[in-house]
Ligand binder design. Sequence first.
Ligand code: NAD
Length: 485
Amino acid sequence: MDQTTLTPITVAHGDGIGPEIMEATLRIIKAAGARIQEETIEIGEKVYLRGNTAGIDPSAWESLRRTKVFLKAPITTPQGGGFKSLNVTTRKMLGLYANVRPCVSYAPYVATKHPVMDVVIIRENEEDLYAGIEHQQTPEVVQCLKVISRPGCEKIVRYAFEYARAYGRKKVTCFTKDNIMKQTDGLFHRVFDEIGAEYPELEKEHWIVDIGAAKLADTPEAFDVIVMPNLYGDILSDVAAQIAGSVGLAGSANIGEEVAMFEAIHGSAPRRAGQNLANPSGLLLGAVQMLIHINQPDVATAVHNAWLTTLEDGIHTYDIYKEGISTEKVGTQEFASAVIARLGKTPSKLKPVNYGASGSNTTIKVTLKPAAPVTMATVGVDIFLHHNDRDAQALGAKLQAISANGLALTMITNRGVKVYPDGMSETFCTDHWRCRYKTSDGSAVQYADIIALQHRIHEAGFSIIKTENLCTINGEVAFSAGQGA
Ligand code: NAD
């Protein structure tokens, strides 16, 4: 093959079952005519155990940033503290904002309670509680910041709608918990409604994540494409893959503006390593997504259809083998050979795929629209105190006496529950207090006023652990009310 027509890709063979399933995957896609040139990097356990807490060497970053395409086998994160998650690091450092996980059932060939399931979960991959900003604030209270940005929401929501359009999907559903988190999840939902309006041909719906998750687990056929913030997407994409039949069958794409990473959703299954037992299907379907991404949809189609035909012919690895349905129990490499032997075939019972011809490029590019200018004003401050006396009324009386440049105490909450004024004696209080100061007429304050207030509170002997400004955006209140403030 002419070297100039080959697309360079970075490959990591990983740990545990990783090397076996990667060998099988590469064998299949090359037999199908994948026009790729591999560059191998080492990541994972060996790198961690050499003392690199990120599990990836600088030379590996160099390869990834150059090829911009990463096919990654699962790795083992060593037990014990101090090791950073390679997956989270890679996603955030390379800006891989969209995690795409198709969860499909293959009944009757793979046992499942949900024979007509074909859901694509699109998970935001960089923000939310995964920002990793956690602090111990008082002896009793720790905090993790949930960070959601407007550009972050816009990128993932637009990606979901563009994906639905590119793949002929009918409906995009959004899961959030915006009845409780009105600012963070509220922004995600608002952006979903705003951007959704630009896709009139697609059906749109929003579910609160708890009942949405229950519905997904019970009636997955009611969903098509689902977009959600990071944590919900992490949990529910595993649930969706499992109820479709097996986590061992699902592939995953992590898409950024520049770089993209493709993998199986399962881990390195160390107990199965080195025995030619593992199912390579998850990584193979990750590789199918990669082939579409590098504009080789003809190869992706051939591989996917040959794989479906193999499933249909009952040639199964141990994890999906079932007496009466399967015809042959095979190892990793025999499974790969069976897929290769079926290249060129299309399944007769399972639905065949067609990703188009080479040159039809289904790569999804998302461009952010310029942000509309906003007017932001500070109208008060929440001052967080570490205070051991659990008497909210006594604390309130003392803080009520402290004010600065029009900023006066309006309420105190403990773990978000209002305890002053008019608290209830039954409310349990910790050593962590949020004290809200505002101007009486809602007028704006300067940061110098907030500093003057903090100074007085500090001088009165209180221990301030942090402050949060209370803002309005274009005149609208942009902070939680805190039960009656
Ligand atoms: P796991 O997904 O590796 O394995 C759980 C079980 O699922 C295995 O015992 C096995 O029975 C089955 N299984 C998984 N993949 C299979 C396959 N391809 N074929 C057949 N059976 C399969 O989860 P775990 O045991 O919790 O984690 C093991 C290691 O993997 C840990 O070190 C973890 O940190 C790591 N991990 C890595 C990734 C990744 O690199 N993307 C993801 C998850 C876990």
